[in-house]
Design a protein around this ligand. Structure first.
Ligand code: MG
Length: 390
């Protein structure tokens, strides 16, 4: 499978990825009176940053301390009671991931709120490419000493040393078996995987993916998150599509069935407006077009409803750290009249993209009876999408 075409949470034969965030610890070293994952950081709780980072990649399971089971969590997040030790808590998360039908799991320290989509995608892509285990790491750049208290007793060669980060990703079956067979306290899940003989692939880490451990780490994390907010990236894409009329009694445009004395000819449901919008989003991501992600030569997409394509484009944007800010679509045809259906179309597009209807524009023009649209041979659509850093 081509990684870039990984269809996020779509067809039943798609390998599914579940993230387990272990939040059952009490984390008292960070100070502040409540466990660090529930403390505020740049406007929301540490846990909320981590949850939001992983939600675009699939289902998220949060393993909670028993005293926290009623805590507020974002919509759609699965909550599981943890155990006495981290080991028990991870097992509880793996059990829930199994019940959710996961093929792969990502296990992440909830106290790493600055995790970027690039690091997550690196681990995911290694798993999809066949690794049974993968985790981000960073080379050690500082010189290393051995010490006895405040006295240097020697130096340590840093060659071959790597700083371990999370998320650590695994094929679910092997890591579940590895945890079942593991006794003792592991530093992380890579240690458990290695003990069971799994081969662990190292993917690129990120110096900003810090773990909040001490009180001063909150200020560092806040600075990283604020800097990201200040470095807003804006991307724009355009899309253009044409479908010819054929025999029929309705056309589907922007997700709405419009009665007409003709139909639209096409490989899928021929939703010319939704195709142009979807291509605009792919365009903003420099990710080609619908044909690249859903090849017309592949019979599984024959007659596919176009909302699958649009949903994929929006999810792909999310896994790259972007959200759609607004969409503008112009339909070009003499008939049918679009105006009476425009607000239904905005509503249909809003339901798929999660945008407010006031961020979606659907309008129409004729071409003054000129050209193929003027002669009533088909409908054309152009669309623009603006993406901003999520
Ligand atoms: Mg098309």
């Amino acid at each position: 499978m081509e990684i870039s075409s990984y269809p996020v949470g779509m067809s039943s034969d798609t390998p599914s990825l579940v993230t387990i965030l272990v939040a059952a610890g009490r984390g008292t070293r960070a100070g502040g009176g409540v466990p660090k994952q529930w403390q505020l950081l740049a406007g929301q709780r540490v846990a909320d940053w981590a949850i939001a980072a992983f939600q675009p990649f699939g289902e998220v399971v949060v393993v909670l301390h028993r005293d926290d089971m009623d805590i507020d969590l974002p919509a759609g997040v699965h909550r599981v009671p943890g155990g006495e030790t981290r080991e028990h808590s991870v097992k509880a998360g793996l059990t829930r991931a199994w019940a959710l039908g996961a093929t792969y799991v990502l296990i992440h320290d909830i106290a790493r709120p600055c995790i970027s989509p690039t690091v997550i995608a690196g681990v995911r892509d290694a798993l999809l490419a066949g690794a049974e285990a993968a985790a981000p790491g960073l080379p050690v750049t500082d010189a290393l000493w051995r010490a006895d208290g405040a006295r240097v007793t020697g130096t340590q060669d840093r060659a071959g040393l790597v700083r371990a980060q999370t998320p650590q990703g695994f094929a679910l079956g092997p890591i579940a078996a590895a945890h079942d067979g593991f006794a003792g306290d592991a530093a992380d899940d890579v240690e458990v995987a290695r003990a069971a003989g799994l081969d662990v692939h190292i993917t690129p880490g990120d110096a900003d993916n810090i773990k909040i451990t001490h009180p001063g780490d909150f200020a560092r994390a806040e600075a990283i998150l604020n800097r990201r907010r200040d470095c807003m990236d804006i991307r724009m894409g355009n899309g253009y599509d044409v479908h010819a009329f054929c025999e029929g009694d309705q056309v589907t445009i922007c997700g709405v069935s419009v009665p007409h004395d003709k139909g639209l000819l096409g490989h899928s449901d021929a939703d010319v407006g939704m195709h142009a919008i979807t291509d605009a989003i792919y365009g903003a991501l420099a990710e080609g077009d619908i044909g690249r992600h859903f090849p017309p030569s592949d019979p599984q997409w024959k007659g596919a409803a176009s909302h699958i394509f649009l949903d994929h484009a929006v999810q792909l944007a999310a896994t790259k750290g972007y959200k759609v800010s607004n969409i503008d679509c112009t339909l070009i045809c003499e008939r049918p009249k679009i105006g009476p259906h425009a607000s239904d179309m905005q509503g249909a597009l809003a339901a798929i993209t999660g945008l407010d209807t006031n961020r979606i524009s659907v309008k129409a023009t004729t071409s003054e009876k000129l050209g193929f649209t003027g002669r009533g041979e088909g409908i054309a659509a152009i669309a623009t999408a603006l993406l901003v850093t999520a």
